[in-house]
Design a binder for this molecule. Structure first.
Ligand code: SF4
Length: 276
């Protein structure tokens, strides 16, 4: 995967400087990891992932032998300093009435995220839309209803999982967030993911997938593949808004979600008997 662009790195450094954290250095060893996860990389992550995130949905299946061969994501997130004792509440407090990027100008509400702080499964989208901006909750519009259906088809409820976005404020006219906006806001997402430390992260759409994987490649080139992301398994699939425009892609997304279900040991709910 490609390295993050320099403006993104600079924005992250400014952000952590605001928090009084530093000095920083680039973990070149992480950046130079080969595309197949070596045991040493796992060992390096171990201290930050131990004893966190007790199961919120089902007992975790035993680690599988093939997990050791997952592609590692060598993004700057690997070198991001941990915030000791971080929690979603503390991250939300740190965001405050944020004006760190221009997306603050037209927003009504900061859409932080919603769901289970101890979730094993996190969905990451691009940014709030019109309905989300008004309600302050992620994925509550038409695309959100479809995401809810997808979650329920997996045998879960929305409150079992955590849902958030790359940027917390609605881009005007529902445009894609600009790179500098993503770079400024994504450290909050980084902290959310570290605080929850889910077993599986599902990126919904290009922006989420490209940001977390640090790549410019189109999602169609790596959709449905597993990656290792800081101790979680990460898979990218199409955004529900894309499915509203392209219903024929639903079968591909369902194929991806079945992989997630298998990873989490989930079985789809039994169909309800038809009433006479
Ligand atoms: S998008 Fe993120 S960084 Fe930009 S103003 Fe909103 S909360 Fe702050």
């Amino acid at each position: 995967m490609d390295s993050p662009p320099r403006p993104q790195i600079e924005a992250w450094l400014r952000y952590f400087d605001d928090l009084g954290l530093g000095p920083f250095y680039l973990d070149r060893a992480a950046a130079e990891l080969p595309s197949v996860a070596p045991a040493a990389a796992e060992a390096r992550r171990a201290p930050t992932t131990a004893k966190r995130n007790p199961p919120a949905m089902q007992p975790a299946p035993a680690p599988r032998a093939q997990d050791a061969a997952l592609p590692v994501v060598p993004s700057l997130f690997d070198a991001t300093p941990r915030v000791e004792g971080d929690s979603l509440g503390r991250i939300r407090e740190d965001i405050g009435e944020c004006k760190r990027c221009r997306l603050c100008e037209a927003r009504n509400t900061i859409v932080f995220g919603d769901g289970n702080e101890r979730a094993q499964l996190v969905f990451v989208g691009e940014g709030p839309g019109h309905d989300e901006d008004l309600q302050g909750l992620p994925f509550v519009g038409r695309a959100g209803k479809l995401l809810t259906q997808m979650i329920e088809a997996m045998g879960l409820r929305r409150e079992n999982v955590y849902i958030c976005n790359i940027v917390k404020c609605r881009p005007p006219g529902n445009r894609q967030p600009e790179r500098d906006e993503v770079a400024t806001c994504s450290p909050f997402l980084d902290r959310q993911l570290a605080a929850i430390h889910p077993r599986v992260i599902v990126c919904l759409g290009n922006v989420a997938a490209q940001t977390l994987l640090g790549t410019n490649k189109s999602i169609s080139q790596f959709r449905g593949q597993w990656f290792e992301f800081r101790g979680s398994k990460l898979l990218a699939t199409y955004h529900p808004a894309f499915l509203l425009r392209t219903p024929s892609a639903k079968s591909e997304v369902w194929t991806d979600l079945k992989k997630v279900m298998a990873e989490l040991g989930l079985k789809p709910p039994k169909p309800k008997p038809r009433s006479a």
